[in-house]
Design a protein around this ligand. Structure first.
Ligand code: G6P
Length: 612
């Protein structure tokens, strides 16, 4: 969580930082702030709320500077407020710091500092870290860089920090452990940010800073060191994205843009991999490790949120096509219960951002125990991508809307291709089935386009049910995780309480909730569970619940039973989730819009959750 930006060079820093913060707002929007050094003065402006509020507040103030740092916050320690907003200023008034992460032992350090007479303006762990650095510098009479190094050896937790000193307007000092940091290299200038989106319009050459590294950044020099003060060689990477990909491109919201991008993003994911003519799926991360993947006694899928739902579908797909036992784990639970990992076990990590702290920490410990890690990640060069032994990118492009949409269908596409490739190599699927599923997969972009062609019916349904206080989402088999995902999307975007459940399991509890006012959404496409789900629909109808269904285009049974229907084209049941999720994404979007909410930045959420 939290987005950080820094600039040092010949240009005005403030507009660059402000623009960068707007691009990073998906990481948190509880408050925003900047610290600038101009004319040997440190100017700090910060405000509760979104970056636009900071911008308004700074109008007419002195923002002239060629060096500065900025922060957009997702609150952990201390409520969202002006005083808890970053940057923080040290007691001596000379240093300003921004921080993304959590300092877990800050209480102890704060007590020590309070005894020494330090005072604190905020409730944050970050301000404690800053004054700790000031105190070390004073006591050791050392440089700020040295003081930071000593401090970081004592702190427990995760951080990406940027630090500036009013007495040295030629340097930004940065450090990372657990929270991401990218440095863009320009001509006589450097850009620092949590991800590449604030940097892309200025330079495509970037350095991804590693954990336990400190960067000393001047306009014409970048020095990387480890915590032992040894110089490291910066590894320069070329960014493979362009500005248009991270702008709204005429859509009112990123979420709607990203939903509509799915025919292209799924196509991009398949491109160069699914070679139907040759009957081949090309995925180098799998080819190079095919023996490990074929012989895995067990696959453990680790993820959070929407990515976890993609993992649940993958469980069904891998077990069906590869006959390998699969477990799907919430990363946060997996990590802390000392899981049993056997030799040969393969872990598939699924993450859009590649930075989710729970997933990252879970993988680190599984890696230590000898597991083989395969990453299914969207953000190129992200921490999870780098930590994995091998992987496959989803190629969905930057996803900015906080609620995940196109990244999810990208994940499913990659996971289905993986299962097909491994299953074919294991001979657990026939050639005919392999080719048929490849064909079906190839037709997905066109079918998604068909669903997106006319959304008036979905808008109508959204308006009809927008005032419901609860929703039940039900599905079976491959569509059960889609019911969970539909419920999650609705909760995230429209703040309506929604529960996803296996349709048959509904009898063991949720059916007690059913009455006239309860909308029950069935994901009921034609598959091997179809007859069973028809009976489940009857059970709800008999109790006067309002039935909304996602049904297959040629179905004439469910539409006659349901109060409202959203149709999707026919597809094999393994492929169907890629289609049935689309109306649910749109439904939550239109309900959120009808209720007047900010669908791109739902309350309390953040896109990249970099705290455990
Ligand atoms: C947050 C986001 C979700 C996302 C989850 C996991 O909760 O709001 O959309 O699914 O994190 O993120 P990841 O980047 O690891 O997929």
């Amino acid at each position: 969580m939290c987005g950080i930006v820094g600039y040092i060079g010949q240009r005005e820093a403030y507009p660059i930082i402000l623009k960068g913060l707007k691009r990073l707002e998906y990481r948190g929007y509880d408050s925003a702030g900047v610290a600038l050094i101009g004319n040997n003065k440190l100017n700090v402006y910060k405000k509760k709320g979104k970056v636009a509020e900071l911008e308004e507040y700074a109008v007419g103030k002195d923002v002239h500077a060629n060096i500065g740092i900025g922060h957009t916050r997702w609150a952990t320690h201390g409520e969202p407020s002006d005083r808890n907003a970053h940057p923080h200023i040290s007691n001596n008034g000379a240093f300003a710091l921004i921080h993304n992460g959590i300092i877990e032992n800050y209480v102890l350090i704060k007590q020590e500092l309070v005894k020494k007479g330090y005072t604190f303006k905020s409730d944050t762990d970050s301000e404690v870290l800053l004054n700790f650095i000031e105190d070390i510098k004073k006591n050791n009479n050392c440089t700020l860089e040295e003081a930071l190094r000593i401090a970081l050896k004592r702190v427990v937790g995760a951080y990406c920090i940027l630090l500036i000193d009013v007495n040295d307007p030629t340097t930004i000092i940065a450090a990372r452990k657990g929270s991401p940091l990218v440095i863009g290299i320009g001509k006589n200038e450097h850009f620092l940010a949590s991800d590449a989106s604030p940097i892309i319009e200025y330079t495509k050459e970037v350095v991804y800073v590693n954990d336990y590294e400190i960067a000393i950044v001047k306009s014409d020099e970048l020095i990387l060191k480890n915590l032992g003060n040894e110089k490291q060689t910066p590894y320069i990477t070329k960014l493979d994205m362009d500005l248009a990909e991270i702008e709204k491109g005429g859509y009112e919201h990123f979420m709607l843009k990203e939903i509509n991008e799915q025919p292209d993003s799924i196509y991009d994911c398949l491109r160069g991999r699914l070679l139907l003519h040759d009957g081949k799926i090309v995925m180098s991360g799998i080819e190079q490790n095919i023996e490990i993947l074929k012989n895995a006694p067990r696959i453990i899928i680790v993820a959070c949120g929407t990515s976890w739902h993609a993992g649940l579908i993958a469980e069904y797909v891998f077990e069906e096509l590869c006959r390998t036992p699969v477990e799907v784990e919430y990363a946060s639970e997996f990590r802390y219960r000392n899981p049993v990992i056997h030799k040969g076990d393969v872990i598939i990590a699924i993450s859009q951002s590649g930075e989710t702290a729970d997933t990252l920490v879970a993988l680190e410990s599984a890696k230590e125990k000898g597991a083989f890690i395969f990453g299914v990640v969207n953000a190129v060069g992200s921490s999870i991508a780098r930590l994995s032994h091998a992987g496959a990118y989803t190629h969905a492009g930057p996803e900015i809307g906080v609620a995940s949409t196109k990244a999810f269908t990208g994940q499913l596409t990659v996971l289905i291709m993986m299962a097909l490739k491994i299953g074919y190599a294991k001979a657990t699927i026939t050639h005919e089935r392999y080719i048929q599923l490849m064909k079906d997969l190839e037709s997905v972009p066109e079918k998604v386009k068909e669903i997106l062609k006319d959304t008036t019916n979905i808008q109508h349904i959204a308006n009809k049910y927008k005032d419901a206080s609860d929703f039940l989402f039900l599905g079976r088999g491959y569509n059960f995780p889609i019911a969970l995902e539909g419920a999650l999307k609705l909760k995230e975007i429209s703040y309506i309480h929604a529960e996803g459940y296996p349709a048959a399991e509904m009898k063991h509890g949720p059916i007690a909730l059913v009455e006239e006012k309860l909308p029950v959404l069935f994901v009921a496409t034609k598959d091997s569970y179809y007859q069973k789900i028809v009976s489940n629909v009857q059970e709800i109808k008999a109790r006067k619940g309002k039935v909304i269904a996602v049904a297959t285009a040629d179905d004439n049974v469910i539409p006659n039973m349901a109060n409202d229907v959203m149709f999707v084209p026919d597809a094999d049941e393994i492929i169907a989730p890629l289609l049935s999720v689309i109306p649910l994404q749109l439904l939550s979007y239109y309900v959120g819009i009808a209720k007047g909410y900010d669908v791109d930045k739902p309350r309390n959420l953040a896109k990249s959750v970099t705290v455990e």
